[in-house]
Design a protein around this ligand. Sequence first.
Ligand code: ATP
Length: 351
Amino acid sequence: MNEKTRPNDYIIDLKHISKSFEDTQVLDDISMYIRRNEFLTLLGPSGCGKTTLLRIIGGFESATEGEVLFEGKNIGDLPPYKRKINTVFQKYALFPHMNVEDNISFGLQIKKMDKKLIQKKVYEMLELVNLKGYEKRSIDSLSGGQQQRIAIARALVNEPQVLLLDEPLGALDLKLRKGMQLELKKIQQKVGITFIYVTHDQEEALTMSDTIAIMNEGRVQQIGTPVDIYNEPKNAFVADFIGESNILQGIMLKDYLVRFHDVDFECVDRGFGENMPIDVVVRPEDIKIVDKDQGMLNGLVESVTFKGVHYEMIVKSTSYSWIVHSTVMSPIGSQVGMVITPPDIHIMKRR
Ligand SMILES: Nc1ncnc2c1ncn2[C@@H]1O[C@H](COP(=O)(O)OP(=O)(O)OP(=O)(O)O)[C@@H](O)[C@H]1O
């Protein structure tokens, strides 16, 4: 999905959202569509404005400029509880003095829903989050991961059309987090609603999302599927943030010829004019190691680290240390050649 093209099945339309706190602008003209049933992740470094954008969608903060449309209607004036949107925070915000059942059903009890119906819904939710039989347990007796599932159940029992999740797995240890990532994705697919998920962890975003919006300094840098963003980063920031990259500065010689690192490389024509300064991104797995003098570049292997499926090598050529991922190991101190084919030379406008 592109920020400019409107999908038929969109549920939220963010129109030119900007936000300032006093003199500091933290969001700068954000426009995008969010589709029904999609798992969308806002990904970016700390302080780039992810949480602020999520809070504006949820109604906890208002935009300085711009509109949030939900099913085509401006919901800017609606308080959070009147939106068909619920939020799961990193700190689960469960009531410690209530048991699991009362925590999940709290919102429904306030709405004075029929007791039998409440009980049915609570059981359905516990089944959904894989905690059947836990209804009478106290919150204190649950692990971090279990508490997070209860927080999700409590948000979903209100049957929102959109669930906002702000770094919900941030407090869990790595192994548990990985398990919960898959679990969350399954839950989203089962309930079939939109999840908008905030994280600064690129691997988490790649694992779970249908769509990723990469943010930096209050702006959306790129929106796309994980595969698109990884394979076709729009600028050097995105390339650097998603996965490991070799990033160099270059200059266009012709529409299909770029010079970087004092070498002329053929590349795919992206419509950049002659003499245009550009950034060049080459992924470590796209560099093929060959014998010395058999490639476009020669280099000295400076380090080798075994990473399980590949070796990560640092190969120093005249003025740049390349990160190379290869299934074949070249010993430290050896001279090697390197080949990079035109489709693997990603050229983009200089930041
Ligand atoms: N209520 C507020 N008053 C003043 N400044 C704020 C307020 N809320 C957020 N900010 C500032 O806005 C910027 C963006 O914050 P935000 O929490 O949205 O970033 P984030 O991308 O979610 O970061 P993190 O990943 O660290 O949570 C930060 O510089 C933050 O200090």
